[in-house]
Design a protein around this ligand. Structure first.
Ligand code: WQD
Length: 351
């Protein structure tokens, strides 16, 4: 089967996608400089799949090192590009670092795609490109509003770069706009590894429940929503991963109608922060220690996906429920706590 290069393969969505690709018969290699991840996570991928995974520890901002990977692997048919900085708050404090890293790495990759005529390119985009939508449910045709952060701006610019690139090249491009990826592989062998205090909701919940954080704050319950807290479309990371395999398959079978196609990856269900907490308490049996605090700057009120296109065109069907998202996230957090050896091995590389 075709060889796929997964950038950011040691990361959260990247590692889950490696699992899904291998389970569907693809030959995979990873490139990840481990600046925000650890190669120890690949041990989990190998345990799940039974296959060794090669990772090139390369910074994609270094063109020569990136080019060398393609020279060594001239049979790469597809690229799934996850590697990027993704912390919204950090991007506000350090915009140049975000523009330089996220855009230089993409442009270097595309220079190699041009040179080696790589036919398929799948880009990790985000619902953040929609900004604050006019209506909470968005389709791929919904207008893009000004990004709420430099992180979001790099996703919008990445989509623009790819739009112009594919017009001048024969590469087939797919943009996947994730909503809120949460949860972990049911084996608890791979999962999310936030660095420092978690910014995202679900790791904040599980770290509070396990006692790593004394309490968590719900950032506002005075929004115009059914219970006053923000609405998001939480989607299990394994469902997100499988969509990438389907996207590659779709290009491999030359079913794409145009050379650039866009898909929303969400469940289509809007869930409030307080409802997410209730689901966690139900599946974990833990009463969560949280307080209602002030709104977080940059948060949008509500957004969730119209996912008809991914369902009808890619044949994608999100399978995991909100309860399963919370249960797998909790199982992963408990594993991090109980498996000191594993935790210390990843911490040494993450710090
Ligand atoms: C979700 C909701 C918070 C933490 C961002 C990016 C997106 C994607 C996921 C990067 C919000 C509330 C959170 C907490 C809280 N990409 N919350 N207390 O902001 O929707 O999306 O991360 O990974 O591109 O934009 O995700 O998980 O940060 O917040 O109340 O301690 O949970 O206010 O309403 P967000 P999030």
């Amino acid at each position: 089967m075709a060889k796929i290069l997964v950038t950011g393969g040691c990361g959260y969505i990247g590692s889950h996608t490696l699992v899904d690709l291998v389970e569907n018969g693809y030959d995979v290699i990873s490139v990840d400089d481990n600046s925000r991840s650890t190669s120890a996570i690949l041990k989990g991928v190998e345990k799940i799949t039974g296959k060794p995974i090669k990772n090139y520890k390369v910074d994609l901002c270094n063109f020569d090192d990136t080019f060398a990977i393609f020279e060594e692997n001239r049979d790469i048919k597809g690229i799934i590009h996850f590697a990027a900085f993704k912390a919204v708050g950090e991007s506000v404090e350090k915009p140049l670092m975000y523009f330089e890293n996220n855009l230089t790495s993409l442009i270097n990759l595309l220079k190699c795609v041009q040179e080696f005529k790589t036919p398929w390119f799948v880009f990790s985009s985000s619902c953040t490109v929609y900004g604050e939508p006019d209506t909470p449910v968005v389709t791929e045709e919904s207008p893009l509003k000004p990004a709420a952060s430099p992180y979001g701006a790099t996703k919008q610019m990445g989509e623009q770069i790819l739009t112009e690139f594919q017009k001048a090249n024969n590469t087939n491009v797919i943009l996947l706009r994730y909503f809120n990826p949460v949860g972990a592989h049911p084996s608890a062998l791979i999962g999310e590894l936030p660095i420092g205090k978690p910014q995202n909701l679900v790791p904040a919940i599980t770290q509070t429940a396990i006692g790593k954080l004394p309490k968590m704050t719900v950032f506002g319950d005075d929004y115009p929503t059914r219970d006053g807290s923000n609405v998001r479309d939480y989607i299990h990371v394994s469902d997100i991963a499988h969509a990438h395999t389907l996207a590659i398959k779709y290009l491999e079978e030359e079913k794409n109608k145009s050379k650039l196609e866009i898909f929303n990856l969400g469940t289509g269900n809007g869930v409030t922060v307080l409802e997410a907490i209730k689901s966690f308490e139900k599946v974990s049996g833990v009463k969560l220690n949280y307080e209602i605090g002030p709104r977080r700057p940059g948060d949008i009120i509500a957004i969730y996906a119209n996912n008809d296109k991914a369902k009808n065109v890619l044949g994608w069907e999100p399978k995991r429920s909100l309860d399963e998202m919370m249960a797998t996230a909790w199982k992963w957090e408990q594993r991090l706590k109980n498996d000191e050896h594993f935790f210390s091995s990843i911490q040494s590389e993450l710090n």
